[in-house]
Design a protein around this ligand. Structure first.
Ligand SMILES: *Cc1c(COP(=O)(O)O)cnc(C)c1O
Length: 362
């Protein structure tokens, strides 16, 4: 019987995920904070691939996993994950039965939701908003939920920092507001947490009362300006499928925005914005071919991107590294995101289903 192909497509373009680096990043945060981990696996583990990421992290026995929807939680259950799974984005009441069936822990931030969820007699996390103004019980106005919280106390409570990486005092202010809200609720909540990657990496103080940290980006190899730094985890790669000489004055790619100033040897790689290699990198990116740095030429297209390999050894079938290990600062996720005018979160979560995820225990 013929196998039908579905995404991802093998042997076109792929990401190499360094499993040991992923694990060492997780351990580094445990060591830095002395706290258990709730790895954030939302958005297919930031585009890295949830199945491979949880398989890699399971041996570390994380306290729980964090996701952004009931469906993402169901996927983890389908993968055989038995640990607590916390859904950090609000869910609609219509989805409570599914959350209950999959044994997911919702984040609730208002009295009506808490009352509705209490029908299931299952744990929830109380979300407290301390300045992000996105979701959760506003820290100024906890009175509206005091009675509901008293009747159905949460298994834990948390807040989320809006600018932990800036070190501008805002996270400290949010911590103050968080404890004000907890005190005003007047209910004993045994488990409190707040730190994302940037806060955990710099060891943000939670009055010694944090019970866990919730890192995402750090695990996947992207650090903040300060604090401990992670090892790179993700490399993006493709193959050279065409090499040609162009003459001075010839243009390359759509819209002819790049004109070769001299004779150039152009290599075409099997990567494009259809894979999550951003079009905004056009004429700005560099990449690695056989250990040498090459400049990208013309617009990035959906399936192919061209590079100037005039002065480097390059043959059909060679691997092009768009970012990743040994690429130097410009070829980190962060460096490439900066060139693309994107955040590293956006660059990673944009990695398309077409890319194969290769989890390597090197
Ligand atoms: C995404 C998320 C995190 C992790 O943030 P990073 O900056 O990637 O570490 C932590 N907590 C909540 C509630 C989140 O939504």
């Amino acid at each position: 019987m013929e196998e039908s192909l579905i995404y991802p497509l093998p042997n076109r373009a792929w990401i190499d995920v360094n499993v040991n680096a992923l694990r060492r990043n997780a351990l580094a945060l445990t060591e830095r904070t002395g706290l258990p981990l709730i790895p954030m696996i939302k958005a297919d583990a930031y585009g890295v691939g949830a199945a491979g990421v949880v398989r890699s992290l399971e041996p570390l026995e994380p306290m729980a996993y964090g996701v952004a929807s009931v469906e993402e939680g169901e996927i983890l259950r389908h993968l055989g994950i038995a640990r607590p799974i916390i859904v950090f984005t609000p869910i609609l009441e219509a989805d409570y039965p599914r959350a209950d069936s999959a044994d997911l822990t919702p984040s609730l931030g208002d009295a009506a939701s808490i009352r509705a969820w209490s029908a299931y007699a299952k744990p929830y996390q109380l979300a407290i908003d301390t300045g992000m103004n996105r979701a959760g019980l506003p820290w100024r106005d906890v009175a509206s939920a005091r009675e509901a919280v008293r009747l159905s106390p949460p298994a834990g409570a948390f807040t989320h920092f809006h600018s932990a990486e800036l070190e501008n005092g805002s996270a400290e202010l949010q911590v103050e507001r968080f404890f004000q809200a907890i005190d005003a609720l007047g209910v004993d909540i045994p488990f409190l947490h707040a730190d994302n990657s940037a806060a955990a990496a710099r060891g943000l103080d939670g009055r010694g009362r944090w019970g866990a940290v919730r890192p995402g980006l750090f695990l996947y190899g992207v650090g903040a300006a300060t604090g401990i730094q992670p090892e790179p985890v993700v490399s993006l790669r493709a193959r050279v499928v065409d090499i040609r000489w162009v003459e001075a004055g010839d243009t390359v790619s759509y819209d002819a925005v790049y004109t070769a100033p001299q004779r150039e040897r152009i290599a075409t790689a099997t990567i494009g914005y259809g894979d999550g290699y951003p079009r905004s990198l056009s004429d700005k990116a560099t990449a690695l071919v056989n250990g040498a740095r090459v400049r990208q030429r013309g617009l990035v297209t959906m399936d192919m991107t061209m590079f100037d390999v005039t002065s480097v050894p390059c043959e059909i079938g060679d691997v092009v590294t768009l970012w990743g290990e040994k690429g130097g600062p410009e070829l980190t996720v962060q460096g490439v995101a900066r060139s693309a005018g994107m955040s590293p979160y956006e660059l990673l979560t944009g990695l398309a289903p077409r890319l194969q995820r290769r989890f390597n225990e090197v």
